[in-house]
Design a protein around this ligand. Structure first.
Ligand code: PRP
Length: 205
């Protein structure tokens, strides 16, 4: 049985559709239930829904053989996994944004609110910019409005959240999309199965 961790939510359903088209269907996955684990014995696959930011943990520790995680999570937590394929879905970008009135003063420490502290730290370290990171868990856009921070580093997809909160993008940090990842030892022991799935999904992209 190949264990596959899928990110719960809209992206996960889209990604499951890719596995289905690749010939690894498990129709019960899309049943509207509270169940989290589904298997198709005949196809030798077991899917489970986990919080998107937890997929890499399941895969790194071998609870899942493969999974789908956003590049944002891979850059932030640097899990020790193989990144097999860019699924070209869940496309967005990590960006620096600020209120339209913001003017940077390089002589002052920049206050940066973010859920992605490591990505933000790397980005500003490369610029030699002195920053103070304020780690938040969500609704990051509020931080500069309430003067908790000067700027934010966050995910921008449609740009709607920024627009509705009078913020604008100052710079793109890195483009983001969903990636197929594998546990390192599972890849060694199930190379043919994992490579076949990767190849079939690649053909669909
Ligand atoms: C994400 C991100 C932005 C928003 C961007 O938030 O943190 O807030 O989506 O999308 P948009 O550009 O299409 O408006 P999410 O919904 O994951 O919630 P969060 O506040 O918990 O981060």
């Amino acid at each position: 049985m190949l264990n596959v961790a899928l990110p719960k939510g809209r992206l996960g359903e889209k990604v499951y559709g890719m596995f289905e088209k690749a010939g690894y269907e498990c129709p019960s996955v899309l049943e509207n239930s509270r169940k989290l684990i589904f298997e198709n014995e005949e196809k030798g696959v077991r899917y489970f829904w986990v919080k998107p930011s937890d997929v890499a943990i399941y895969v790194e520790r071998g609870a899942a053989d493969i999974g789908v995680a956003g590049k944002d999570i891979l850059l932030e937590y640097k899990p020790d996994v193989y990144e097999l394929l860019d699924l070209k879905t869940g496309v967005c970008r990590m960006a620096v944004a600020a209120p339209k009135t913001f003017r940077d003063d390089p002589t002052k420490t920049l206050k940066v609110a973010t859920k992605f502290s490591a990505i933000a730290a790397d980005y500003y370290a490369k610029q030699g910019r002195d920053i103070d990171i304020i780690h938040l868990n969500g609704s990051i856009e509020i931080a500069p409005i309430l003067h908790l921070s000067d700027v934010i580093v966050d995910i921008v997809e449609t740009g709607k959240t920024l627009k509705e909160n009078d913020l604008e993008v100052i710079d793109t940090v890195v483009p983001i999309s969903a990636r197929l990842i594998a546990n390192k030892s599972a890849y060694k022991f199930n190379a043919s199965t994992i490579e076949e799935i990767t190849r079939k999904i690649r053909e669909l992209i």
